[in-house]
Design a protein around this ligand. Structure first.
Ligand SMILES: NC(=O)C1=CN([C@@H]2O[C@H](COP(=O)(O)OP(=O)(O)OC[C@H]3O[C@@H](n4cnc5c(N)ncnc54)[C@H](OP(=O)(O)O)[C@@H]3O)[C@@H](O)[C@H]2O)C=CC1
Ligand SMILES: O=C(CO)COP(=O)(O)O
Ligand SMILES: [Zn+2]
Length: 352
């Protein structure tokens, strides 16, 4: 068996645009995928787009099987795996937000079938990446998985999704700035495996999004188009790197800690955005990139303070001072930030 961890595995068909949902079956056929589709979805996306997907397979030998998942959990993944074993599908379709897509991604990995990502919200770069993430028992388990074979992102649907889910996706991309700074630091100090291509792509993706921040506005299809292209590009950077390093540094560790300390309070993207303001300050001091990051977040209505994340100051300090403990990933937080220093960075950046 070859070690596939060194392979670069990317989606082949990426459809982004108005009405592309109706080209899902065509994009799949073009990949020579055959057999019964298994659609993994959650209640709202199924209601919004289920019929439009299912009807495209009416002329196929077998109608699609459907599993509707209510929550992201290992039990839900297990249910989908079981259903996949029962129906023996040709491929899986993840239709929805991060919940449905991650579950489809991880189940497809387990049953050895390809999967196609059909996002209905542009909430984070997991909709395209080679990683799955499951919140359980107060923590988030991030696991390697297969990237999608195809991505079908209908900008009409994405533009009508709740705006705060789109701003979360933007913040997840903006945080790539600090993820890459951390990655370079780890490369220089710790000889961590590093890819210049993946780092450059990730950084450019964040730059393009910040450069377009003024034109990212609610209900505009053009905005969804910009955001989803950036999410695809960030997912590709992770696939090139073979890890989430290009898109996940100390700001993600901070967010993962918040998922333990204050579960369900704020979204992934919004938490990493605020984390990124503070870790950019740690990297560059007063004249660093932190103001640019904060202004870009503010201009798209993403949170920039603890209060806007529905957190109190102490929760932010606890997450910041313990973030280094949760993963063996070297970042600007090194072996931990001192509590007084953590308060100082949070105050200097107006997070608290
Ligand atoms: N793989 C990765 O790298 C990452 C994965 N994640 C994971 O992703 C999940 C969070 O992703 P997220 O997308 O926020 O969560 P969800 O999939 O739960 O979607 C968020 C909400 O939006 C609703 N929804 C979906 N599409 C639409 C639409 N078009 N219009 C209106 N509402 C809609 C969903 O409704 P309903 O529930 O009714 O279907 C849900 O209430 C978590 O499980 C997290 O662990 C997070 C970050 C990174
Ligand atoms: O959210 C991610 C990238 O944006 C994935 O990162 P993690 O590997 O830290 O879960
Ligand atoms: Zn992220």
């Amino acid at each position: 068996m070859f070690d596939k961890s060194t392979w670069i595995r990317l989606p082949r068909n990426v459809l982004v645009g108005h009405g592309v949902l109706d080209q899902t079956a065509e994009a799949i056929e073009e990949l020579h995928l055959r057999g019964q589709p298994l659609i993994v979805t959650s209640p709202t996306p199924y209601e919004l787009a289920g019929d439009r997907i299912e009807s495209q397979f009416a002329s196929w030998d077998e109608e699609p099987a459907v599993v509707v998942v209510e929550e992201a959990s290992f039990a839900a993944i297990e249910r989908v795996i079981q259903r996949a074993r029962d129906v023996d599908p040709g491929f899986l379709i993840g239709l929805g937000g991060g919940k449905a897509i991650d579950i489809a991604k991880m189940a497809s990995d387990d049953v050895g079938r390809g999967f196609v990502s059909v996002p209905t919200v542009a909430s984070h770069d997991g909709i395209v990446s080679n990683r799955g993430s499951v919140p359980e028992e107060g923590t988030r388990h991030s696991v390697a998985a297969e990237p999608p074979l195809a991505v079908v992102a209908d900008t009409e649907i994405l533009a009508n999704a709740p705006w705060e889910l789109t701003t979360a996706g933007c913040a997840d991309i903006i945080s790539n700035y600090t993820a890459v700074m951390d990655w370079r630091l780890a490369y220089r100090l710790k000889n961590a495996p590093y890819s210049q291509y993946a780092a450059a792509l990730s950084e450019m993706t964040a730059e393009m999004l910040v450069g377009n921040a003024d034109s990212i506005r609610p209900s505009l299809e053009e905005s969804s188009w910009i955001v989803v292209k950036a999410l695809v590009s960030s997912g590709v950077a992770m696939s090139i790197a073979g890890s989430s390093r290009p898109a996940s540094g100390a700001e993600h560790l901070f967010s993962h800690q918040l998922d333990r300390i204050a579960p369900g309070r704020a979204s992934h993207g919004h938490q990493v955005g605020v984390g990124s303001i503070m870790t950019a300050y740690l990297h560059g001091g007063e004249n660093g990139l932190w103001r640019e990051i904060r202004n870009a977040l503010a201009s798209i209505d993403a949170p920039t303070t603890a209060a806007e994340l529905d957190l109190d100051d102490e929760e932010v300090i606890e997450a910041l001072t313990t973030a280094h403990e949760i993963r063996d990933r070297y970042t600007i937080l090194g072996d931990g930030i001192d509590e007084t220093a953590a308060r100082e960075v949070a105050r200097q950046t107006d997070v608290i």
